[in-house]
Design a binder for this molecule. Structure first.
Ligand SMILES: C[S@@+](CC[C@H](N)C(=O)[O-])C[C@H]1O[C@@H](n2cnc3c(N)ncnc32)[C@H](O)[C@@H]1O
Length: 384
């Protein structure tokens, strides 16, 4: 496909998303209906769509309308490309620009437009990361692809060598000894030998840092209360000889844990909701949250979040802290984590929890800033 045809495809898909469809089904549906598109075309179209979702307000401002077409016109202008070179009405290309698509310069735009954030969220950002504008600005850009090297199967150098067999070049990540950043061929990772044989897993550096800060010692019993697909459970099991029990309110989310654990050469037991066996030396609550620290990976969530949903999430988070504490053994610890940067989901929750009982937070919490670590994260360890 020529570049203008890829832009035309992105416009069509963005219109479906703006009408309410989720991004992944919209992309898959388009690919099924347009089988002539090759893998490079699909990848380029996907990048256009996700870039536009990250920068929805600024692209609409630059492009003159919050439509698929307006967003792609704005995307061209944001990248210094004259949209008329692609919007020329030739075969497969979008129709030529009209005078009402002149857009407006971004310098004159309000803060929420320039930083691509819904206005109602700005106070939450101002109450979160140290440099809120830098944090919001970084969410306008694509995230890298990162791997966690499974220490049970090899070290960084071995993983890099095995990945190179599949022409995947990687680089170490400063300050995260278990992590590699994929430099070439990220789309080959899932079929590479290093991945299928469990030497590496896909995991962002912020999550790897968070797990590395947990005080895990051989022989400990650990409950992962909100295990989801098991990213943290697998990282904990790789870090020490711990017995991990994984639980999630939605057991279907844990379906991948068994095959992932088998690949990684570790054991993780999964339990059904309400069937948590006894008490544990460590209970990890990787709580459901707004995900505000990870919106460069999941940009649709930035626009979908509402004040009501945020209030609902903070109530769930407080309940989970109470529930998690019930499963901590004498002398054990409770760890609370979110991938949000909002105080109302982080310090406000742990402060309220600590104030309600005789519990302590011996060390200050870990706060990771998306402007520094690509993703935001919060981790607090408590003795209950
Ligand atoms: C942030 S995700 C977990 C990610 C996972 N720990 C990982 O590292 O891949 C939060 C999870 O919490 C689960 N959840 C939501 N409410 C819950 C509850 N009341 N009890 C247990 N799990 C819950 C969700 O189903 C979701 O899978």
């Amino acid at each position: 496909m020529v570049p203008a045809a890829r832009v035309a495809a992105a416009i069509e898909i963005l219109d479906s998303i703006l009408a309410g469809q989720a991004a992944e089904p919209a992309l898959t549906g388009w690919a099924r209906a347009n089988r002539y598109a090759g893998s490079k075309d699909r990848a380029a179209i996907r990048d256009h769509v996700f870039d536009a979702l990250r920068c929805r307000r600024s692209y609409a401002w630059l492009g003159g309308a919050e439509t698929g077409r307006g967003l792609m016109v704005g995307a061209c202008r944001d990248r210094g490309i004259d949209p008329a070179t692609l919007f020329d009405g030739s075969r497969f290309a979008p129709a030529p620009l009209t005078p009402d698509e002149a857009g407006q310069p971004l310098d004159a735009a309000p803060r929420g437009v320039r930083l691509d954030m819904p206005d109602w969220q700005l106070p939450h950002w101002d109450d979160g990361p140290a440099d809120p504008d830098a944090a919001m600005a970084c969410l306008r850009h694509r995230a890298g692809v990162f791997l966690r090297v499974n220490a049970r199967m090899g070290d960084l150098a071995q993983a890099q060598a095995v990945l190179l067999e599949d022409e995947i070049e990687t680089a170490p990540v400063t300050g995260v000894p278990s992590a590699l950043e994929v430099v070439t061929n990220p789309r080959r990772v899932a079929s590479s030998r290093a991945y299928t044989e469990g030497l590496v897993e896909l995991q962002d550096p912020a999550s790897q840092i968070a797990v590395s800060r947990l005080d895990l010692r051989d022989g400990m019993r650990v409950l992962d209360l909100c295990a989801g697909g098991g990213g943290k459970a697998l990282a904990m099991a790789a870090q020490a000889d711990v017995q991990v029990v994984a639980h999630d309110i939605d057991p279907a989310r844990m379906a991948d844990i068994a095959p992932r654990a088998a690949r990684a050469g570790v054991r993780i037991d999964t339990v059904a909701p309400g069937e948590i066996p006894g008490r544990f030396d460590l209970v990890l609550i990787d709580a459901p949250c707004s995900g505000s620290g990870t919106w460069r990976r999941a940009p649709q969530a930035k626009w979908a979040l509402t004040p009501a949903r945020l209030a609902e999430l903070t109530a769930i988070q407080s309940r989970l802290l109470e529930q998690g504490a019930e499963h901590v053994a004498a002398g054990g610890a409770l760890a609370y984590a979110t991938c949000s940067v909002f105080r109302c989901e982080n310090e406000a929750r742990t402060d309220a929890f600590l104030a309600s009982r005789s519990a302590a937070m011996p060390d200050p919490p870990t706060r990771l800033d998306p402007a520094v670590r690509q993703d935001g994260f919060y981790l607090a360890g408590m003795i209950v």
